[in-house]
Design a protein around this ligand. Structure first.
Ligand code: COA
Length: 260
C-alpha cells in the first residue's frame, strides 16, 4: 500500500507513522484521515508489530488541526458527518487499537492534532511543542473527541479553561497538567519514544491489548470497567502468552511471547 500523506517505517517490531504534509503543518484533511485509518488497521493486523509511534514531519508541527480549508463551507449535516466519521475511523479507532500507540509531539498539536494525540495511549512532547484546542476561536467546538478526552486527562476545570479560552499551552504546562507523560529535547524525542516502546514490547502483546481494553472500559458509556477487568483477567488464563510468562518465571528464564 502506498500513501500520499503519511510515511511508515518499521524497525523490528516497532512501526513509526509520520504525518507528512509539512507545508500545511500536517493538518488532517480527509485523505490523511483515511490513510491513517488504513495504516493503523494494517499495522494492527500485522503480528510482527508490537508498538506504534505517531509523529509529524518537519520541526514545526505534530498536527496543526483538522484542515480548516476543507470544512469552511460545510452545512450542519456535513459537520455532523465529518465529526462522526472521523471519530469512527481514526480517533476511536486508535484508542481501541490492540497495539499501543505513542504520540511523539514534535511541535504544534492543535485542535484535531491534540485530539489525535489524546486518542493515543501515551504522549511524549518535545519541549518546543505547543498544545491547544482553538476551535471556539473559529466558531466551532472540538469534534474529534476533545470535549471528552481532555477532561478525562486533565480534569473538567482545566479542560473548560483550555477549550473556552482557545489558548495554547507549553509542553511544560501540559506535563504539569498530566496531558503529556514526558517532555524531552526535540532531538531526543523519537529515541525517547522508542525507549518506552522497547519496554512495552518485552511484555505479552495479548496481555497488553487486554489491559488497554480494561483501562478504556472505565470511559465507555454503559460499560463497567471492573467487570471488563474481571473478564479480561480471566481471558488471560486461556492464552499461550500466560502459560509462557508463568512457565518462564518458574524456569528462571526470559519469556518469549507470541501474542497468542
Ligand atoms: N488547516 C489547514 N491549513 C493549515 C492549518 C489547518 N488547521 N494550520 C496551518 N495550515 C496551513 C496554513 O494555511 C499555511 O498554508 P499556506 O502557506 O498555504 O498559507 C501553512 O499551513 C503554514 O501555516 P501558517 O499559519 O503560515 O504558520 P504560522 O507559523 O504563521 O502559524 C499556527 C502556525 C499553528 C499558529 C497557525 O497555522 C494556526 O493557527 N493554524 C490553525 C490552528 C487551528 O485553529 N487548528 C484547529 C482547527 S479546527
Amino acid at each position: 500500500m502506498s500513501y500520499k500523506n503519511i510515511l511508515i517505517t518499521k524497525e523490528q517490531t516497532i512501526a513509526t507513522i509520520t504525518i507528512n504534509r509539512p507545508q500545511k503543518l500536517n493538518a488532517l484533511n480527509k485523505s490523511t484521515i483515511q490513510e491513517l485509518h488504513q495504516a493503523f488497521s494494517a499495522l494492527e493486523q500485522n503480528p510482527d508489530i508490537k508498538a506504534i509511534i505517531l509523529t509529524g514531519s518537519g520541526e514545526k508541527a505534530f498536527v496543526a488541526g483538522a484542515d480548516i480549508a476543507e470544512f469552511a463551507d460545510f452545512s450542519i449535516e456535513e459537520g455532523i458527518q465529518l465529526s462522526a466519521q472521523g471519530q469512527d475511523i481514526l480517533f476511536n479507532f486508535v484508542e481501541n487499537l490492540k497495539v499501543p500507540v505513542i504520540a511523539a509531539l514534535n511541535g504544534f498539536a492543535l485542535g484535531g492534532g491534540l485530539e489525535l494525540a489524546m486518542a493515543c495511549h501515551i504522549r511524549v512532547a518535545a519541549d518546543t511543542a505547543k498544545m491547544g484546542l482553538p476551535e471556539v476561536s473559529l466558531g466551532v467546538i472540538p469534534g474529534y473527541g476533545g470535549t471528552q478526552r481532555l477532561p478525562q486527562l486533565i480534569g473538567k476545570g482545566r479542560a473548560m479553561e483550555m477549550i473556552l479560552t482557545a489558548a495554547m499551552i507549553t509542553a511544560d504546562e501540559a506535563y504539569r497538567m498530566g496531558l503529556v507523560n514526558h517532555v524531552v529535547a526535540p532531538e531526543e524525542l523519537l529515541a525517547y519514544c522508542n525507549e518506552i516502546a522497547q519496554k512495552i514490547i518485552k511484555n505479552s502483546p495479548s496481555a497488553i491489548s487486554m489491559a488497554m481494553t480494561a483501562i478504556n472500559a472505565n470511559y465507555k458509556e454503559g460499560e463497567n470497567g471492573f467487570e471488563t477487568e474481571i473478564k479480561s483477567f480471566g481471558r488471560c488464563f486461556g492464552t499461550v502468552d500466560f502459560k509462557e510468562g508463568t512457565q518462564a518465571f518458574i524456569e528462571k528464564r526470559k519469556a518469549v511471547f507470541t501474542g497468542e
